[in-house]
Design a protein around this ligand. Structure first.
Ligand code: FES
Length: 135
């Protein structure tokens, strides 16, 4: 907006609306459910339904994952704030996710809250991917 200053010069003025609040970052958890065929065959749609019933919209954003989360044979698989949790069941998934939210697993390695015993299968998956890449 143009305005005249004290010396009658034309100046550009920007007003800041003090009533306008800065948007807060979304504090909700993001829960993605794999709905690819392998996870669907293992009940992923019921997992999605249980999560939507178990979390209020202001608590968590529950949505289908945009892609397979890998480790398909261990599904249904979900991602809680990008941490992968494998082999969830509709009856216990809400409790499992709440536990993950209370005590988040490491994000850096992307293996989620899997036990150390499950890491062998992660390495097997990596080996399998490597062999496919070389073929
Ligand atoms: S089909 Fe669900 S993780 Fe691959």
């Amino acid at each position: 907006m143009l305005k005249r200053d004290c010396q009658d010069r034309e100046i550009v003025v920007q007003y800041v609306d003090m009533n306008e609040t800065t948007p807060k970052p979304d504090a909700r958890a993001t829960i993605k459910v794999c709905l690819e065929p392998s996870c669907c065959q293992r009940g992923a749609e019921n997992v999605l339904r249980a999560l939507k019933l178990g979390f209020a919209p202001e608590e968590a954003l529950v949505m289908p994952a945009s892609r397979c989360l890998s480790g398909c044979g261990m599904g249904p698989n979900i991602a809680v704030n990008d941490n992968i949790i494998r082999g969830v069941a509709p009856i216990s998934v809400v409790e499992k996710v709440r536990s993950e939210l209370d005590n988040p697993s490491c994000k850096a390695d992307g293996i989620g809250s899997r036990s150390i015993d499950d890491l062998d299968s992660v390495l097997d998956d990596i080996d399998l991917l490597d062999s496919h890449d070389k073929a």
